[in-house]
Ligand binder design. Structure first.
Ligand SMILES: [Zn+2]
Length: 281
């Protein structure tokens, strides 16, 4: 299989209020696109992440705070969606995967969370992949908001190469710990964003990762709420740059920020089209 897609209708029903409206329309557009052929591109029903891993990732205090949170179940399901996608890639069952989510993850630290995030889906998934014997991971966060939660988990871990393209102004390169913050400031254009992405991927060229994650916030689109000014043309180019840089394998796209229905309807199928080798269509 070329691409595995993990999904659950609860993401549309019970996802975070700002994020959930895009889920069903983008899903329907994907189904109409003809991309999901049941052979090269297949869909899998997401399951909740095992609690024992979520409890290992987050502090007891955070777990206690989450106990009564209305988004707890959909956040567990979102983390499970990412985990299922990554496991299929790790086992060689798929070249790439796209994980739908109902809550985001990159602002969830070990002991706290904010910004539509509750549990850190990628950090919990990396715990699971390490149980499977994998060690080294590349995280490319293209959501315009700074991935502070992910950094809280992996800031000191040189086996996680963390690229953070964001709409602030901080430019920090820490080759000791493999943390790269690339501040594009507010309103970055396609060319500025894609140029910076290219440069960042070049920095990661010699890092021998086993699985790469893209934290895919389409709030980077000019019509959406984040601080970049990208247009539709940027998304297949972004996907192609990343896909080529990782050698067309072992890549997991994780849906993150974004609320615009018309953006999600177009950019999600476009990314999957690239991963399936069907771009241009
Ligand atoms: Zn964002």
């Amino acid at each position: 299989m070329l691409v595995a897609i993990t999904y659950h209708e609860d993401f549309a029903k019970n996802g975070f209020s700002v994020l959930k409206e895009r889920i069903r329309p983008s899903w329907e557009k994907l189904m109409e696109s003809g991309l999901v052929d049941g052979v090269d591109v297949q869909v899998f029903l997401a399951k909740p992440a095992p609690l024992r891993l979520v409890e290992r990732a987050h502090t007891p205090a955070h777990m206690a705070n989450m106990q009564t949170d209305p988004y707890r179940n959909v956040a567990l399901l979102s983390a499970g969606s990412v985990m299922m996608a990554a496991e299929m890639v790790a086992r060689g069952q798929a070249n790439a995967a796209f994980a739908y989510t109902g809550t985001a993850g990159h602002h969830a630290s070990r002991g706290s969370c904010w910004g539509f995030c509750y549990f850190n889906d990628v950090a919990i998934t990396i715990l699971r992949l390490r149980e499977m014997g994998l060690e080294r991971f590349l995280i490319i966060d293209v959501d315009p908001h700074f991935g502070d939660g992910t950094r809280d988990f992996f800031g000191e871990d040189p086996n996680v190469f963390h690229i953070n393209l964001h709409s602030g102004s901080d430019e920090v390169h820490d080759p000791q710990r493999n943390n790269y913050d690339i501040g594009l400031t507010f309103g970055a254009s396609n060319e500025r964003f894609l140029g910076a992405l290219k440069g960042a991927l070049e920095l990661a060229k010699d890092f021998d990762h086993q699985i790469a994650f893209v934290i895919f916030g389409h709030d980077s689109h000019q019509d959406d709420y984040g601080g970049f000014n990208l247009t539709f043309e940027a998304y297949p180019r972004m996907a192609q740059l990343i896909w080529e840089a990782v050698g067309r394998k072992n890549l997991v796209w994780v849906l993150s920020g974004g609320s615009c229905v018309h953006v999600a309807e177009r950019v999600i199928p476009d990314v999957i089209r690239v991963l399936a080798g069907r771009w241009p269509s």
